[in-house]
Design a protein around this ligand. Structure first.
Ligand SMILES: [Zn+2]
Length: 273
């Protein structure tokens, strides 16, 4: 699933390609297989009326949500979930295309989604789409105090806490594992057991892991592509994620995989305590 660095990379591509452009048409290809509406909380014709003719004034991101700000004062919100992508290159239309937006300069944006978990919303405010999200981890709002409060007295594993979008927005499985490694914390540890020093280390390592992802244009373990259809390179720079059975770069101990809160979790049993 695209996480903060991947969604932010896509946002940058969308901003460059779409700012000032007017949506001239929307095509929703027939839904093959088990039908799942790509447009959420609204019927297709109402959505179409709301977006066609609207100009994109800017593109922002909140957690893993992409927000196209329209000149009608409404927002087109996109969540890619597991396998969604927004692609611009001319490509043969495949059966996973869920929506095609055309713009006044002739460009087309295809929303492709193999698993169909992603969606499109037209809203006046992001609160219509999602429950409250925690602070953006790369913003000043993500303070040491906010992380300390998120873990304090919690009997949940540290990994589950930092994956909770209501606590911190934008972290997923890749960067949660990398952040725990960076802080030297076993991802199964309960939040309440972290010392002040460990909270400080985790706060820094969350930011370091996400910044590394951004610097490498995101991680393409499977489906992730940027708006140009290109892969990122973060998958070549991870320390533990999907390195099960390989030696730790720091101590050469074999990286292990366990389940934490139902999620595959990778860690070094020697470096992480
Ligand atoms: Zn190690």
């Amino acid at each position: 699933m695209p996480e903060l660095p991947e969604v932010e990379t896509i946002r940058q591509g969308l901003e460059q390609r779409l700012t000032g452009r007017t949506i001239t048409s929307l095509r929703i290809p027939p839904d093959r297989g088990k039908p799942v509406p790509v447009i959420k909380k609204m019927d297709e014709s109402t959505f179409r009326e709301g977006v066609v003719g609207a100009r994109v004034e800017g593109v922002s991101r909140r957690g893993k949500y992409l927000v196209l700000h329209l000149d009608t004062n409404r927002m087109l919100v996109i969540h890619l979930r597991m396998t969604g992508a927004l692609l611009f290159p001319e490509a043969p239309e495949d059966r996973f295309v869920r929506a095609i937006f055309s713009f006044d300069d002739g460009t087309e944006m295809r929303f492709t989604d193999v698993r169909k978990f992603g969606g499109l919303w037209l809203a006046d405010d992001l609160s219509e789409v999602t429950t409250d999200l925690g602070p953006e981890p790369l913003s000043e709002g993500f303070t040491l105090a906010s992380l300390a409060a998120a873990v304090a007295k919690r009997k949940a594993p540290v990994k589950s806490i930092i994956l909770d979008q209501r606590r911190i927005a934008g972290i997923g499985n890749i960067y949660a594992d990398e952040a725990c490694f960076g802080a030297g914390i076993d991802p199964r540890r309960l939040g309440m057991t972290l010392s002040e020093e460990e909270v400080l280390a985790l706060h820094a390592s969350i930011r370091t892991a996400l910044m590394a992802g951004l610097d490498h244009g995101g991680a393409s373990f499977r489906d992730y592509r940027n708006t140009g259809g290109d892969v990122g390179s973060m998958q070549q720079h991870v320390k533990v994620f999907r390195r099960t059975g390989k030696p730790c770069y720091t101590c050469e101990t074999v990286i292990e995989r366990v389940k934490v809160g139902g999620r595959s979790t990778h860690f070094c049993p020697k470096c992480q305590r």
